[in-house]
Design a protein around this ligand. Structure first.
Ligand code: PMP
Length: 406
């Protein structure tokens, strides 16, 4: 077997006490026979499993780790705050300091509020939009992921039709379909929910058509709907001001999480002045929503990102990785496609509808010490050096050879 002894023993114990041994996106059995389910530690651009095998990490905790595992500045901020307390009886002042920094960084943000994860952030955004407009319908793209909660769950089991009764679907990058969905919602339209790009699971990524982004903004303005940008996955990797900032399209509300605190549990909603009062009308909260340690991590993370080095670094290393993978695939005579921004790579194989080749490649890569996923986008971090990319490429070359030889 390719899996280590400790890994196998942990899987056996987990099967007894955790349904399915693991669940959700972390359940490796859903995508690989070779990936370890358990990880023991991470450092910079590498993660180490429980059998002591170290991998160059191209998943970065599935997005949160933007500065690298155990970034010294963030770790220092975490330990410092932990020393003073995490869950206190009132909000830590660090919440104010971090909200100020977010408002200063994100042009569409006049205020910020905190929660724990991406699902909280998107759900809170929807609640604010409904409170502000007094309307119910939400336009969402077919196949888009906005969280693991009933209103937007992509799986039917345990979810009622009523939970999703007010969703009206459109096709990403198809403005006419969004206009038609808005017409269907009529005078009951509360919000248009959209991701900065199409990054649905098990399909190639698709960058946003700027005309589509501008068209949604105009549609929201014309109908009075709130434009919600779900920046949970792309946020703080592509543009610190928001992922549509380069297009000049500003949302009314943005949902953030993942990279916001370099791996600490934190989500945020930011919004425009006109929606400030609606936040006062709704009741949203959570025991851990203003825990101080993740907020201190967020403040340290954004402070580091604002130095202006991390994002250009990821763009450079991501471009080198893409170019290297393209050359290798060509040399091995394997037809691949690479989609999405280079900082969030996605590699797919031509004609590989069942992801058989992608799975073989991912398994071959992980066995050669590169942790990546067959059908979810990958993530670069600022800890990935040029040398790391060369080391990754040395191993993927071998993985391509393994796939070619079947
Ligand atoms: N929106 C998007 C675009 C996401 O990628 C995710 C997580 N993959 C979520 C929302 C939900 O975030 P979380 O898993 O932190 O609840």
């Amino acid at each position: 077997t390719v899996l280590g002894e400790r890994e196998l023993a942990l899987r056996e114990r987990a099967r007894q006490v955790i349904p399915g041994g693991m669940y959700g996106h972390m359940s490796v059995q859903a995508f690989s026979a070779a990936h370890p389910q358990f990880m023991a530690s991470g450092q910079g651009s590498r993660v180490t499993d429980t059998d002591g095998r170290t991998y160059l990490d191209l998943m970065c905790g599935w997005g949160p780790v933007v500065l690298g595992h155990r970034h010294p500045g963030v770790t220092a901020a975490v330990l410092d705050q932990l020393d003073r307390g995490d869950c206190l009886d009132g909000t830590s002042p660090v919440a104010v300091e971090f909200a100020e920094l977010l408002v200063d960084t994100i042009p569409s943000a006049d205020w910020a509020m905190f929660c724990k994860n991406g699902s909280d952030a998107t759900t809170t955004s929807v609640t604010i939009a409904r409170a502000a407009t007094g309307k119910r319908k939400l336009l969402v793209a077919h196949g888009a992921y906005h969280g693991a909660v009933p209103w937007c769950s992509l799986r039917g089991s345990g979810v009622t039709a009523e939970d999703q009764a007010h969703l009206v679907h459109y096709e990403y990058n198809d403005l006419a379909s969004a206009e038609a969905a808005a017409a269907e919602a009529g005078d009951d339209l509360a919000a248009i929910v959209v991701c900065p790009m199409r990054h649905d699971i098990k399909r190639e990524q698709e960058l946003v058509d700027p005309a589509f982004a501008r068209g949604l903004r105009a549609l929201a303005d014309r109908t009075g709907a709130v434009l919600i940008l779900d920046d949970v996955r792309c946020g703080f990797r592509l543009d610190l001001g928001g992922s549509w900032e380069p297009l000049g399209v500003r949302p009314d509300l943005s949902a953030w999480s993942k990279a916001i605190a370099n791996g600490q549990a934190l989500g945020a909603v930011t919004g425009v002045e006109a929606l400030r009062d609606a936040v006062g009308k709704i009741y949203v909260t959570g025991s851990f929503w203003t825990a101080a340690v993740p907020l201190a991590a967020g403040l340290a993370t954004l402070t580091e990102l604002r130095k202006g080095v991390a994002l250009p670094d990821m763009a450079r290393t991501g471009a080198r990785l893409r170019e290297g993978l393209a050359a290798q695939a060509a040399a091995h005579g394997v037809a691949i496609r690479q989609t999405g921004p280079v900082q969030m790579p996605m590699l797919s194989f031509d004609g590989d509808e069942d992801f058989r080749l992608a799975t073989s490649f991912a398994e071959a890569a992980v066995q050669r010490g590169v942790y990546l996923h067959p059908w979810h986008n990958w993530f670069l971090s600022a800890a990935h050096t040029d040398d790391d990319i060369e080391e990754i490429l040395a191993r993927t070359d071998d993985a391509f050879a393994a796939v070619r030889h079947g």
